[in-house]
Write a protein that binds this ligand. Structure first.
Ligand code: NAD
Ligand code: IPM
Ligand code: MN
Length: 373
């Protein structure tokens, strides 16, 4: 690849994609946090905003404009809020907001999606599960992100001879795709509690029978990591029955999408779950696991913490700025200690704050950390 002058001078450049719904609201808070840590830790970061999703459809007619794709390819990291909304659910399928996001993940080769479900102890009461079931929860879902049924061909809705319509998709994984996500999971487990759970439906689906076989094969290279297997239906059940039995959960695109929303609820709210989507070289796109929450958009109600914690993941995984990442994570802990709660993480009777107040409190906690150190 040619390194242009622009890339040379922008070696720590980030593309921001605020997207739709609550996206711009939570992105504004993330940027405030980014400004503060960038200055405090002299990170030398630069950033620019680009359009993705519904916002891009309105401005440019397509969900992933060329300018956005080029900027994302040239940048070292991408920070995405969320895309989509009911106003774009009925437009031509190929140009819906979600297709823009999927195309961006594919174009950037972001095959490894890391979704850490970590319960802040202050939120044990906020979970819909009993505190003793979730207290101390710390699991990591490693979701394959550029393959499986999300991308498999053929796909579509066709009309049969009798006039009835039929929808169809293809779940497909190559050995090489399974092998590379397996390695990510095993290597991450080596830095954690050395346990990998591979989730499949090998009792029914051939594609996941191969998945399981390759997981076992790759697992032989990591004798220090314990490998277990579970069918996805049981895994969904175990996640709410006894989630602390899990360390790293590795699974395909669709199962990972579903299990990560389920895991989010263990942490109190989907508004708490950040994610990192990485390519083979560690370049990443960082985004909360939740969507654009159209039901609360524009009302200063969204929890910005998953977005803010995605900034921390970006600093850790792409920029290797561990101190700055830890500072953000601790600041989030401090605002929770102070009792700040958006509606999604408030227990009965607790005072509720808005998106902006939550973001401002994180910024203040960061400033206080520095002045007291
Ligand atoms: P959603 O995650 O947007 O919302 C589900 C529920 O969680 C809603 O009640 C919402 O209010 C709540 N919620 C989500 N994020 C929250 C936050 N930060 N703070 C407080 N509450 C929050 O999922 P959905 O309703 O199924 O989808 C809405 C739109 O978002 C759809 O168009 C969907 O395709 C899109 N979506 C986008 C992404 C993404 O961009 N990565 C992810 C998921 C869904
Ligand atoms: C997610 C979302 C996306 C997915 C949609 C919006 C395409 O649900 O990031 O979890 O299914 O991957
Ligand atoms: Mn999802």
């Amino acid at each position: 690849m040619n390194i242009t002058n622009k890339e040379m001078t922008h070696r720590r450049h980030i593309v921001l994609l605020p997207g739709d719904g609550i996206g711009p609201e939570i992105m504004a808070e993330a940027v405030r946090v980014l400004e503060v840590v960038s200055q405090q830790y002299s990170l030398g970061l630069t950033w620019e905003s680009q359009l993705l999703g519904g916002a891009a459809i309105e401005a440019a007619g397509v969900p992933l404009p060329q300018a956005t794709l080029q900027a994302a390819q040239a940048a070292q990291a991408v920070l995405l809020a969320a895309v989509g909304g009911p106003q774009w659910d009925r437009i031509e399928r190929a140009i819906r907001p979600e297709r823009g996001l999927l195309a961006l993940r594919a174009a950037l080769g972001l095959f490894a999606n890391l979704r850490p479900a970590l319960l802040y102890p202050q939120l044990a009461e906020a979970s819909t599960l009993k505190p003793e079931v979730v207290a101390g929860l710390d699991l990591l879902i490693v979701r394959e992100l550029t393959g499986g049924i999300y991308f498999g061909q053929p796909r579509g809705i066709r009309t049969l001879e009798n006039g009835e319509r039929e929808g169809f998709n293809t779940d497909v994984y190559r050995e090489s795709e399974i092998r590379r996500i397996a390695r990510v999971a095993f290597e991450l487990a080596q830095q954690r509690r050395r346990q990998v759970l591979s989730v499949d439906k090998a009792n029914v689906l051939e594609v996941t029978e191969l998945w399981k076989e390759i997981m076992i094969e790759v697992g032989r290279d990591y004798p220090d990591v314990q490998l277990r297997h579970m069918y996805v239906d049981n895994a969904a059940m175990q996640l709410v029955r006894a989630p602390k039995q899990f360390d790293v959960i590795v699974t395909g695109n669709l199962f990972g999408d579903i299990l990560s929303d389920e895991a989010a609820m263990l942490t109190g709210s989907i508004g708490m779950l950040p994610s990192a989507s990485l390519d083979a070289a560690g370049k990443g796109m960082y985004e909360p696991c939740h969507g654009s929450a159209p039901d609360i958009a524009g009302q200063d109600k969204a929890n910005p913490l998953a977005m803010i914690l995605s900034v921390a993941m970006m600093l850790r995984y792409t920029f290797h700025e561990v101190a700055a990442a830890v500072a953000i994570e601790q600041a989030v802990g401090q605002v929770l200690d102070q009792g700040l709660r958006t509606a999604d993480i408030a227990s009965a009777g607790q005072a509720i704050c808005g998106t902006r107040a939550m973001g401002a409190a994180v910024v203040k906690a960061l400033q206080d950390q520095r002045s007291s150190s």
